[in-house]
Design a binder for this molecule. Sequence first.
Ligand SMILES: Nc1ncnc2c1ncn2[C@@H]1O[C@H](COP(=O)(O)OP(=O)(O)O)[C@@H](O)[C@H]1O
Ligand SMILES: [Mg+2]
Length: 156
Amino acid sequence: MDAILKIKLNNELATKIFAQKLAKCAADIKKSVVIYLSGEIGSGKTTLARGFIQYFGFNKVKSPTYSLLENYKNELINIVHIDCYRLNSPIELDYIGIREYLTNNTIQLIEWAEIGINKISQADLIIKLSDNDNQKGRIIEIIFCSKLGEKFKKYL
Ligand SMILES: Nc1ncnc2c1ncn2[C@@H]1O[C@H](COP(=O)(O)OP(=O)(O)O)[C@@H](O)[C@H]1O
Ligand SMILES: [Mg+2]
């Protein structure tokens, strides 16, 4: 079974700090990495992605719910942030030219990956976000699902 790490994030700031730590790991590891962000609407997937992307100096990060895909690229990093929630069928990912983005040296942050199944890359990390038993904050479970994903374990 894949290893799982469970972390409590008491508020939005904690989510941001965690996201930046994750981004630093990704920057240090310097490989293409695929991260699924899973959880109900409002669980904090976009908040986490935003913190991750902002770490690399992109200040304005909007939710890709309507555009499906946002690309953040500079001389340091290439990130695609995808939200499959509004897809009617995974084949729509072909129409928006997803393949062009799924090249080497790209970090992929994917919300609602289960809807894009077959058209998106296998995950290295799955981050499941959920409520904290009616208390404030969120619980996240990180599943390390590849050799590359495992490399994150010692940093987080
Ligand atoms: N750790 C946290 N504790 C409490 N609220 C949080 C936490 N992380 C994010 N939030 C809040 O939860 C909401 C999540 O929205 P969003 O990130 O758009 O969710 P999703 O993309 O999963 O639909 C935001 O209002 C955000 O401020
Ligand atoms: Mg979202």
